[in-house]
Design a protein around this ligand. Structure first.
Ligand SMILES: [Ca+2]
Length: 258
């Protein structure tokens, strides 16, 4: 009966399109895994795509962006790492010179180890700096690796990239550091019954159980108890977020229900 109840809830959520919207999390690339070529190891190097944009919205042949060793000599690629803890539904590519060259975007599925295509598009000729915003259904896994395939031969001239970001447009990054919780859930991995230790949360508040796409599945209220039970018997196995909110304070952590 509990499973049926959950199925109905999920169906209602899907039909109504109602999502628990908390904002978005934007994570810029923090290291280069691999690349086809770079102009030098400093100016226009692959490392120039890391961190927040520092060329965009400027357009031109600017050394704080990546470009390839040869102008139009071969197809190029960049593989980038993100310290990201969420599934994603968007990738932003900041193109800053002779734009429109990113023709395929992949995410690494950590379960299979394979690159999965999330965007494929013929070359465009765009002569202003642009953010290529690639949107797709929320991944079923956390994305930490992205591959950009660049059609340099078909987009004449130096093709330059300033920055790349992965985005979860549903869950806000109140606390992306899962080692520093101010509340605790045990056991984790969780069975059907878990306990929430409210830690240094005081007073009354609400606990929200969300799926990885940020959809609210159930809520529970608490009133100052330090430790209280949370019934997860209705949840299929998988990863979930537990969010604790009191006036002026909120925190998120991930649990595995088995
Ligand atoms: Ca080119």
């Amino acid at each position: 009966m509990k499973n049926l109840y959950l199925s109905c809830l999920g169906l209602i959520a899907a039909l109504s399109g109602h999502y628990a919207v908390f904002g978005q999390t934007i994570t810029y690339a923090d290291s280069v895994i691999s690349f086809s070529s770079e102009y030098t190891s400093t100016n226009w190097s692959a490392k120039q795509v890391l961190d927040t944009p520092n060329t965009y919205p400027n357009y031109g042949d600017i050394p704080t962006s990546w470009t390839s060793q040869n102008m139009d000599g071969q197809r190029e690629f960049l593989e980038l790492h993100f310290s990201n803890f969420l599934p994603i539904d968007s990738i932003w590519v900041y193109e800053t010179y002779n734009c429109g060259f990113t023709d395929t975007v992949y995410v690494k599925n950590p379960g299979t180890g394979l690159w999965e295509v999330v965007y494929s598009h013929p070359v465009d000729t765009i002569s202003v700096a642009r953010i290529l915003r690639v949107g797709f259904p929320m991944t079923s896994f956390v994305v930490t690796e992205v591959r950009l395939a660049i059609n340099s031969p078909d987009r004449t001239g130096w093709n330059e990239i300033d920055a790349v970001a992965v985005i979860n447009s549903v869950v806000s990054s109140v606390n992306n550091n899962y080692n520093k919780h101010t509340f605790n859930i045990f056991p984790n991995p969780a069975g059907k019954q878990v306990y929430l230790d409210a830690g240094d949360y005081t007073g009354s508040g609400i606990v929200r159980v969300l799926d990885l796409a940020g959809r609210e599945i159930t809520t529970a209220a608490f009133n100052g108890q330090r430790i209280f039970p949370l019934d997860l018997g209705m949840l299929p196995e998988g990863m979930y977020f537990i969010r604790v909110e009191t006036p002026g304070r909120k925190d998120l952590q991930k649990i595995s229900v088995q």
